[in-house]
Design a protein around this ligand. Sequence first.
Ligand SMILES: *Cc1c(COP(=O)(O)O)cnc(C)c1O
Length: 397
Amino acid sequence: MSYLPGRHFVQLPGPTNVPERILRAISRPTIDHRGPEFGRLGLEVLDGMKDIFKTKSKVVIYPSSGSGAWEGALTNTLSPGDKVLMFEVGQFAALWIDVARKLGLDVEVVPTDWRHGADPKIVEAKLTEDHQHKIKAVGIVQNETSSGVMSSISAVRQAMDRANHPALLLVDAISSLGCIEMKHDEWGVDVTVAGSQKGLMLPPGLGLNAISEKALAASKTAKLPRSYWDWQPMLAQNATGYFPYTPATNLLYGLKEAQAMLREEGLPNVFRRHQRHGEATRRAVKAWGLEVVALNPHEFSNSVTAIFMPAGHSADGFRKLVLEHFNMALGSGLGKLADRVFRIGHLADFNDLMLAGTLGGVEMGLDLAGVPHKKGGVAAALDYLTESLKVAELKPV
Ligand SMILES: *Cc1c(COP(=O)(O)O)cnc(C)c1O
């Protein structure tokens, strides 16, 4: 492929565009991870995550992808053969279910059509009928990145409370943390799983667990084999800012910068920014006459929009054309949505003009690919973005 000039648009729902400030922070020389400077950095970034997870409890940071942090959440809290209730809301949920099965857990899967989130009424019913408390954990993907469908974690927590059931609540917030509200403590989440390369604006390579006191207590008796993922040696070393093995030092420089950026903007503003970009994207899709995968407006994701290609047209062919002509990477359809869906990531370090460019590339690509659609998606999105700035509470601060 010949040189593609200009900025490469990474409009995947992860990895996301890494801002210059973070790239520069990461480019510093690697330091001794047993030396005094590292200890200060370790304490600072571990503490900084608490504001983002909204927890006063413990956070661990693995040098891993998000999938590693899935494994950490399961192996630290559960024992072989334990029953776990999980909702297959899309491809990432399906992969997490697969991890749980491979680890020897007895997974009860609630299937969905991949167009709806986890139904709290089903959570309540399944837990209420589990008189013997065989279900040890409920696993929910907050923002299903393959379909752009959100599940309400607070509603799931309320359903668990109504059933008066002691199961742990494990939440995958990999593509929602730093984009969409997550309140680890207030919502009674026991383990929140996250990764570096989505809302945290970093390159791939960090996996995170936020851990409740209840999950910490469960880890004392949980029997699944674990070594690399074991919280105990990690927490023991983290107390002074160190790690039991070599940490991803340079990514932690980046994480410190990401935390500073989120603090400067303010999380409520970050969430509002994602809401605006999600809504603007959906207005563009509607104007094009195309269809988003998510069916319930209250479950629309504000970090990613998955869009169906009209029958007879290849989503992957369309993505290839957009990459070659406009130097923009769009997300592919995953699992059973392969080649039927393309996804626009509108998360992390992102602003109105980047969205305008992104939607412009999609609209031009639809035309070039001969996909039946109406013009005016970009215009509809820009109208919304402008109008929403006139509403007082949406003004940037
Ligand atoms: C990206 C993603 C994952 C997988 O993370 P990796 O870093 O690729 O291991 C899991 N769950 C969700 C919701 C994701 O968006």
